[in-house]
Design a protein around this ligand. Structure first.
Ligand code: UGA
Length: 424
């Protein structure tokens, strides 16, 4: 069998490591470079610094094909397709901070015969601007659509792969396409700007879907409809689809908030006011305020009240707390004078410094013991499995706001809880 094309990965964060591990599992030799020596050393020992199901197994199982290094020269010597996976966090203005991407490009700029394959989420127009400045190097846009918590499955069974290249880089784009052939998925070939836009537009659309169903939920509360039933009825329409219609206390994470504001800002830079996305962000904020309102409805002033937050991670199966709703709720509840206790099965360590005066507990029961109210923030399965009859005995006031419509409402009401869901 012919040797598979070796690949380079620049930036071994969550996207970079998932990409490296999955390509290694598909039989490629992968040269993965990060600037942090400690990270490179621990990855070389098979230690994976993040919670992502199946990732550790892939890293350890493919150790002979995965080389971690700090040396960019070693990557350039061994691979010509260089997947750029550094992060692009938001700046205060909402633009994406491209300084890490710029640093990578500056290092690779003159490498004729190599192509940058951009996986990092970048503003539309980035590829064209890089090509203008560094003519010699190839450029392919290949946005990632991985979800935290199911990244390995998403990589191996993607809905589609998007590959954008301008005419001079088409031969590199063909080679990138060949890497994905074993996955047997639809490949969408476009120009670079369109591929960049597919990524931002997809995340913005999904965020819009969530804010839309959250508004339907808020109106349903007033009109006596149940948003879960409404979503089920809507979702069976093929044109709508059932996914991302789960009402809740709003979306978080390192992607949706960032990409929505990046696209809004990008439009604004051209003089176009993206009205819909402005509303998407506002509704997401509103969901948090409404959660606090629901507690106040039952408890009056929150000053001096003991409030338990169940869950810190922005969603289950991850320890990521970036832009997590839990952090905003914790800060606002403390602002109202409440004493906040929080529990999360995996995310507590990462959140510790961002929680201000909140107390982190070692178990859900410890957070709930003697509490005046509780908010379920993250739908970790273990929260559904709590003995809620016992919890009812332990809480001082049995008020629960189920921010993800996750708990068994009938059972909780039967146990004597004052239950508030979202849109029910
Ligand atoms: C998201 C996209 O789903 C991925 O396709 C994309 O690759 C990724 O961003 C990225 O740009 O890197 P992720 O942020 O991991 O993935 O998380 P999601 O599973 O999409 O959830 C995002 C947020 O929306 C979570 O806070 C979740 O609780 C919330 N959500 C999701 C809802 O409130 N309702 C839903 O119906 C679905």
């Amino acid at each position: 069998m012919p040797e598979k094309e070796p690949i380079g990965v620049i930036g071994v964060g969550w996207v970079g490591l998932c990409t490296a591990a999955c390509f290694a599992d598909l039989g490629h030799h992968v040269y993965a470079r990060d600037i942090l020596p400690e990270k490179v050393e621990s990855l070389s020992r098979g230690e994976v610094p993040m919670h992502e199901p199946g990732l550790s197994e892939l890293v350890r199982g493919n150790a002979e094909r995965l080389r971690f290094t700090t040396d960019i020269g070693e990557v350039l010597d061994n691979a010509s397709l260089l997947f750029c996976c550094v992060d692009t966090p938001p700046t205060y203005s909402g633009d994406a901070d491209l300084s890490r991407v710029e640093a990578v490009i500056a290092e690779l700029g003159g490498s004729v015969g190599h192509a940058i394959v951009m996986k990092s989420t970048v503003p539309v127009g980035t590829g064209r601007s890089i090509r203008r400045r560094f003519g010699g190097v190839g450029y392919v846009s290949n946005p990632e659509f991985l979800k935290e918590g199911s990244a390995i499955k998403d990589f191996m069974h993607p809905d589609r792969v998007v590959i954008g290249a301008d005419s001079e880089s088409e031969p590199f784009a063909d080679r990138v396409q060949a890497l994905y052939e074993p996955l047997g998925t639809s490949v969408v070939r476009t120009d670079v700007a369109s591929a960049e836009m597919v990524k931002l537009a997809s995340n913005a659309f999904l965020a819009t879907k969530i804010s839309f169903i959250n508004e339907i939920a808020n109106v349903s509360e007033e009109l006596g409809a149940d948003v879960s039933e409404v979503a089920r009825g809507m979702g069976l329409d093929d044109r709508i689809g059932p996914k991302f219609l789960q009402a809740g206390i709003g979306f978080g994470g390192s992607c949706f908030p960032k990409d929505v504001s990046a696209l809004k800002q990008l439009a604004g830079n051209t003089g176009y006011h993206f009205q819909l996305l402005t509303a998407v962000v506002e509704v997401n904020e509103l969901q948090k305020r409404r959660t606090i309102g629901k507690l106040q409805k039952h408890l009056g002033s929150l000053a001096g009240k003991e409030i338990a937050l169940l869950g810190l991670a922005f969603k289950p199966n991850t320890d990521d707390v970036r832009e997590a709703t839990s952090l905003v709720l914790s800060a606002r509840l403390q602002g109202e004078g409440a004493n906040v206790r929080v529990f999360d099965p995996v995310a507590a360590d990462g959140a510790r410094e961002m929680l201000g005066g909140a107390t982190i507990t070692d178990s859900a029961l410890e957070a709930l013991e003697g509490a005046d109210g509780a908010v379920l923030v993250t739908e970790w399965p273990e929260f559904a499995e709590l003995d809620w009859v016992d919890v009812h005995q332990r809480m001082r006031v049995p008020v629960i706001v189920d921010g993800r419509n996750f708990l068994d409402r009938e059972a909780l009401v039967a146990a004597g809880f004052r239950y508030e869901g979202i849109g029910r």
